[in-house]
Design a protein around this ligand. Structure first.
Ligand code: ACM
Length: 626
């Protein structure tokens, strides 16, 4: 009975599918990168497309590989019902390569690290890659798949060769200022993996909260993960002096963290845990005042933002506790790197301390920068003794760099340049390069509260991680690039998503695509709109850019043509000419518009973009004056 009902449905669906394919083909044809973000190293477009149907066989030579597992799970969740065959055990005469997708890890020849080859013809799709390379080939394939009919997709014919520009491609998340549960952290990791970002820097401790269970020192979370209240609005320079009077808390158990590490590893994402020292440690000091230079003082977990003068004191007791903490961290996190912070450590408490003065004289240390360097050096020695390496913010250069440290250059490029010139590995993450995703995305007062700054999408996209000051040998020490998400003003997961998307996609291209393959117009106008439409449909929040051609500006003259393209596929653009903020009850933009402005006259053309799911852009304003 079932089949007889299904047959007419199936036939009826065919014309719709063809329409969808045609719609896709017209956009894809003009896009040299076939919609893939980050843009691949090389794309040779073919003619026609492969049709993925329920009959398409998925042929694998490594069925237990985690990239293969990811793909088969993806297909199931997305409503595909394809059969997966292990080519090692199935008789080759029993299946045809026509209408198949082959995922091969056991191919001959070399590929660059994390690289893959992807070939799509009308008959067959083949991905070759090992480990992360296979996973990234699969991500590209998923991005190329089109169609809305469950179980069916079209994939444009092409040959792609691809591998990353940098080995370290990172996103950071500060869970100390505001806390996000592991379900969100996993969603965040999903976003990274989909865009070939392979490193998640988890900022777990700071003045305002200690967020990782340490079994030997339970007060770190019993006391340090809780603050009594939080400053409302800006910490400084704002018009509010109020606190919200609402207790705030949260931390991850080691079991939860182990689960997240497994989840990330299944997606080829390494996690770099950060335990801040010697500054940004007020939460730890509140739990254990003996970590400070003045244990008699009463401390409280930070309730406002900025840099605290209460820092760790370089006593034997402090180092014992830090070694114990780091040991638990290293037992939990399997990766090569442990981030030890090192940024923004005021030296006031050390200057006041009799202990620090005598320690400096005993160790022949000239000044407090030297003492910080000695501190980091001791920690590095311990971390190295456990077979791991430290990463620190660029302040660890001051007073002398620990011998094996990798530097994260956040205060511009200069720390990165200095470290690379000293032969140290460097990860570029300068706020001035558009890589602080807590910075505002436009200058419009309609942006939500942020720490300030200005990091629009095009600025992130334009960043080049290799400073021209480095020669070729030194440039090899730039192992990659990262964007940071500090969360003083990011109170919700929806706001994290707003801060991160779409800038994460620009970062992905900075870290992956060869410098000469980057093209902002192709990225933002041909590829991004479809990616944002997909997010829109899956319930992930993002910042809706104003329509291309509608950005705030003042134009002088008498005659103007305005031509707009929505920044999200399928979104609608509404406009007003009466000075009011447009909304969905206003006129919809349908095509290029001509305006003639009389002498001494002016007109405001205001727009808003509203996506299919109802997400709204800022209101933009083009003032035309004569
Ligand atoms: C930093 O932004 N303090 C690394």
């Amino acid at each position: 009975m079932n089949t007889t009902i299904q047959i007419p449905n199936y036939k009826f669906r065919i014309p719709i599918i063809i329409l969808l394919f045609l719609a896709f083909t017209s956009t894809a044809q003009s896009d040299p990168n076939l919609g893939i973000i980050p843009a691949p190293v090389s794309v040779n477009k073919g003619k026609g497309e492969f049709r993925l149907t329920p009959e398409t066989l998925i042929l694998v030579d490594s069925p237990s590989n985690k990239a293969i597992h990811f793909f088969t799970e993806y297909l199931k969740k997305a409503g595909y019902i394809n059969t997966v065959l292990d080519v090692n055990t199935v008789d080759k005469k029993k299946y045809s390569l026509k209408n198949s997708i082959t995922l091969s890890l056991n191919f001959k020849g070399d590929l660059p690290a994390e690289g893959y080859r992807l070939s799509v013809t009308e008959n067959q799709v083949i991905i070759e890659g090992r480990g992360a390379g296979m996973f990234y080939g699969i991500q590209s394939l998923i991005q190329m798949m089109h169609g809305t009919n469950p179980g069916y997709a079209a994939i444009p014919c092409a040959t792609i060769k691809d591998y990353p520009r940098f080995s370290y491609r990172g996103m950071h998340l500060d869970v100390a200022r505001h806390f996000y549960d592991t379900a969100f952290v996993k969603k965040y990791i999903d976003m990274l993996a989909a865009y070939k970002i392979n490193s998640f820097h988890w900022h777990l401790t700071d003045d305002q909260g200690w967020r990782i269970e340490i079994r030997k020192y339970p007060k770190l979370t019993e006391v340090g993960s809780k603050r009594a209240q939080t400053k409302i609005g800006r910490a400084t320079g704002g018009d509010s002096t109020s606190y919200d009077n609402m207790p705030y808390e949260g931390f991850y158990t080691q079991d939860q963290i182990a689960d997240v590490i497994r989840y990330a590893s299944d997606r080829y994402v390494q996690i770099i845990p950060e335990i801040e020292m010697p500054g940004h440690s007020l939460a730890a000091i509140t739990a254990y005042p003996e970590l400070s230079c003045d244990p008699s003082k009463t401390y409280k977990v930070g309730e406002t933002w900025g840099v605290s003068n209460d820092v760790l004191c370089p006593t034997n007791e402090t180092f014992k506790m830090l070694d114990d903490i780091l040991l638990e961290v290293m037992e939990l996190f399997p990766g090569k790197y442990i981030h030890i912070g090192g940024d923004e450590c005021p030296k006031i408490a050390w200057k006041k301390s009799e202990f620090c003065r005598s320690l400096m004289s005993e160790q022949n240390i000239n000044d407090e920068n030297g003492l910080q360097s000695w501190f980091i050096g001791k920690i590095e020695k311990y971390v190295n003794s456990q077979g791991r390496n430290i990463i620190g913010w660029d302040e660890i250069l001051e007073g002398g760099l620990a011998p094996n440290a990798t530097v994260m250059s956040w205060r511009g490029d200069k720390g990165g340049i200095a470290a690379a010139q000293l032969g140290h590995d460097v990860i570029m993450t300068p706020g001035s390069g558009g890589l602080y995703f807590d910075h505002a995305q436009s200058k419009s007062p309609q942006e939500p509260l942020s720490i300030g700054g200005y990091a629009p999408l095009e600025k992130t996209y334009a960043y080049n991680p290799v400073p021209s000051a480095l020669n070729a040998e030194q440039a090899k020490h730039v192992i990659g690039v990262q964007a940071n998400v500090w969360t003083e003003y990011i109170t919700t997961t929806a706001k994290v998503e707003y801060a991160v998307l779409p800038r994460l996609m620009a970062l992905a291209e900075v870290g992956w695509t060869p410098a000469n393959g980057k093209d902002f117009t192709n990225f933002s106008q041909q590829r991004l709109p479809r990616h944002l439409a997909r997010l829109d449909a899956t319930g992930t929040n993002f910042r809706v850019p104003v329509a291309y051609g509608a950005e705030d500006t003042t134009l002088s003259g008498s005659h103007f043509t305005i031509k707009l393209t929505p920044a999200v596929e399928g979104a609608k653009i509404y406009y007003t000419l009466d000075g009011y903020a447009p909304r969905e009850t206003d006129q919809e933009y349908k095509g290029p518009m001509e305006f003639t402005i009389p002498e001494h006259g002016s007109l405001h053309f205001k727009t808003i973009t509203i996506t299919a799911a109802g997400r709204r852009s800022n209101v933009s304003d083009i003032k035309m004056e004569n």
